[in-house]
Design a binder for this molecule. Structure first.
Ligand code: AOS
Ligand code: ZN
Ligand code: ZN
Length: 388
């Protein structure tokens, strides 16, 4: 039998990092929809992230994106975050939005452009020194569209060289988390298309380089929980970018498309010690809500991660091991499904009440008047990616 109080205790320690860019206007390549009250600067993004934390008690950190979140003083931004009850988290580099990067950033055939991209990555580590962030998240849009366009192996050499330069610049407990993506924006080859490529580069770099799994970055049907289990066994799972997808990199609310998959992933995380006190996995959200209001959208995502985690923690692992060792296929599957089919909303409501929060974070947010306040106060908020 699983001890529900012990489960609640672990859930009470769970921390989910929010992406600063989730609070700005967003859209698709067809249209960016403007919403009322969106942040006009990084300080207002911090305030919105803190609001998500205030209602969920589970979103202690906000990930920054450089240069979108550039400010005069990161020390001041850190202070603003602390005053609002949260911390600055992962630093996301951006080597994909300049015209120079059309044919790649760190893998570009032009050494001048490669040097420019590497300079930016090193500048991101400077930011980490000021914010105290542990992780530099690297996602490269680099790749090619046409067979023969560039030398695939040479691009890997350039990537490796750049990664080593950045890795050598890290100090203390700083880490690189290297994200992979099957396709988009490049459609023939991506230079980091899959977990294996990221894993291989991270192995060469060393202990402080880990893989970042964005749940929306795989081919349809990919068994993501297998990747998670493999990487955890190898000590190389550094971070998640949680979101959900129906088709490609949809960046939809976590757990909206396939809550069962989210449960299966979190079951692997939980059973491999990913929620233990000494775990170094960063649980981030990576979503750009397009049609739903930003703050409640993030609250919903946090709640969905919590629900999937609660179910994963409720798996009776003793009974599961007995069934597995006995070769009881149906019995083992039933143990897992029993946990998945448990309604954990009451358990999480109890936890929130114990934490002095409302049982229903979304309702509490709507009652708080915050949405009306920011709509009235913030005129001229803009799209994520417009810079500070
Ligand atoms: C892009 O597809 C990735 O998921 C990223 O993690 C990207 O770095 C993030 O959206 C912030 O730009
Ligand atoms: Zn991502
Ligand atoms: Zn993505």
């Amino acid at each position: 039998m699983v001890d529900r109080d012990a489960v609640k205790k672990i859930l009470g320690t769970q921390s989910i990092e929010l992406p600063s860019w989730a609070f700005g206007n967003s859209g698709t390549r067809f249209k960016v929809f403007a919403q009322q009250g969106v942040p006009r600067d990084p300080y207002e993004k911090i305030a919105d992230a803190a609001r998500v934390h205030a209602h969920t008690g589970a979103a202690h950190k906000v990930a920054l994106h450089i240069p979108w979140d550039n400010v005069d003083s990161f020390t001041d931004l850190g202070k603003a975050a602390a005053d609002a009850g949260i911390e600055l988290g992962t630093v996301n580099a951006n080597v994909f939005q300049d015209d120079d990067y059309m044919l790649g950033s760190v893998t570009n055939p032009d050494p001048r452009i490669r040097a420019k991209a590497i300079d930016h990555l090193l500048a991101c580590v400077d930011v980490m020194d000021q914010t105290g962030s542990r992780d530099l998240k690297l996602w490269f849009s680099d790749g090619t569209n046409y067979p023969g366009q560039d030398n695939i192996r040479a691009r890997q050499d350039r990537l490796s060289e750049a990664l080593h330069k950045v890795y050598d610049r890290l100090t203390g407990d700083q880490r690189i988390v290297l994200e992979y993506k099957l396709f988009e924006p490049a459609f023939y080859t991506m230079d980091v298309p899959d977990w294996g490529t990221s894993f291989a580069h991270c192995l060469q770099l060393g202990e402080r380089a880990k893989v970042c799994v964005d749940t929306g970055h795989h081919a349809p049907g990919t068994n993501i929980e297998f990747i998670v289990a493999f990487l955890m066994r190898a000590g190389k799972l550094g971070a998640f970018d949680f979101n959900s997808r129906f088709y490609a990199d949809d960046d939809l609310i976590v757990g909206a498309a396939d809550p069962f998959q989210l449960f299966r992933i979190l079951f692997e995380v939980v059973t491999a010690g990913g929620l233990d006190a000494d775990s170094e996995i960063a649980f981030m959200l990576d979503q750009c809500h397009n049609i739903e209001p930003k703050i409640p959208g993030q609250i919903r995502s946090v709640m969905n991660v919590q629900e999937a985690t609660a179910k994963a923690l409720l798996v009776d692992t003793d009974a599961l091991t007995v069934a597995q060792n006995a070769g009881d296929v149906l019995g083992a599957n039933a143990v897992l499904m029993d946990a998945y089919n448990t309604d954990v909303r009451g358990l999480l409501g109890d936890l929130r009440e114990e934490q002095g929060l409302d049982r229903d974070p979304i309702a509490a947010y709507h009652r708080s008047g915050y949405a009306e306040k920011i709509a009235a106060e913030r005129i001229g908020g803009h799209q994520a990616g417009w810079g500070a």
